[in-house]
Design a protein around this ligand. Sequence first.
Ligand SMILES: C[S@@+](CC[C@H](N)C(=O)[O-])C[C@H]1O[C@@H](n2cnc3c(N)ncnc32)[C@H](O)[C@@H]1O
Length: 243
Amino acid sequence: MPLLPVASAQDVPDTEQEQLTLVVDDGGLSLQQLGPKAPGPVRCEFALGAARHRRLYGGGRGQDIAKATGLGRSGFCPKLLDLTAGLGRDGFILASLGAQVTMIERNPIIYALLADGLSRAADKAEEDPPLAEILRRINTVCQDSVDYLETLTDQQYPDVIYLDPMFAPREKSSKVKKEMQIFHQLVGLDDIGELMPAALGKARYRVVVKRPVHAPVLNGCEPGYSLKGKSTRFDIYPLQKLP
Ligand SMILES: C[S@@+](CC[C@H](N)C(=O)[O-])C[C@H]1O[C@@H](n2cnc3c(N)ncnc32)[C@H](O)[C@@H]1O
C-alpha cells in the first residue's frame, strides 16, 4: 500500500521532528513515524493482544481505574465521559467493566485510528458476544471536549468524567513508549486549562484524572483523594456520594 504523508511535528520542543504517515494494510489503519530510529506502527487494537488480555485477566473491578471511577461498587454502571479518548484504551477498559462510555477526541488523525480500531473489533465481535456487548456500550465523538460539554443539557450530564491529558515525558524520547512519542509529535502537550473546570461543572458524581504517579495535580486543583499504582495515579474529585 502507498504511504500517505499526513503530518510533521510543529512547535514541539525536545522531540525529533520526524514525518508521520498513515498506513492502511491488512491490519487496518496505523500511524507510522518515518526515519531510521522510528518506532513501530501505532494502531488501535481492542479485540486481540493486550486489550483482550487485560479484559480477561486484568483484575476486573478490583483495578484502580475501576475503583477510581466508582466501578468498584458492585452494581454501579456509570454513564461516563472520557474527555481525552486518545487510542481509547482506558475508555475500552471502563466499558468492559460495565460503564456506558462516550469517548471524545479532538484530533482527527487519532480519532481515525480509534474509529478504525472499533470498527475492526466490531467485525471480530460477531464471534465474541461479550466483546459485542462491550462495544454496544461505547460511543465516540470527534470534537473538542470543552465544546462538547457546552452542548449537554442537565439531563445529559454524565455520572463520571474521566481525563487522561498528555504529560511531558520524564525520560528521553527514545525510551518513551512508541505511542507516547507519536502522540507527543502529533498533538503536543494537552492544554487542559479550560477542561478541568468545565468537567467539574458537568459531572454528577465525580471527575477522575489519570496522572503519572509523581506528577503535580492538574491546574493546582487538589483532589479529594488519590489511588497510587507503580507508575500511575488516579486523582479523584468527588462531587457527591455515589448512588
Ligand atoms: C494521553 S492521550 C489519552 C490516552 C487514552 N486515555 C488512552 O487510553 O488511549 C490524550 C488525548 O486527549 C486528546 N485531547 C486533549 N485535549 C482534548 C480536548 N480538549 N478535547 C478532546 N480531546 C482532547 C488528545 O488529542 C490526545 O489524543
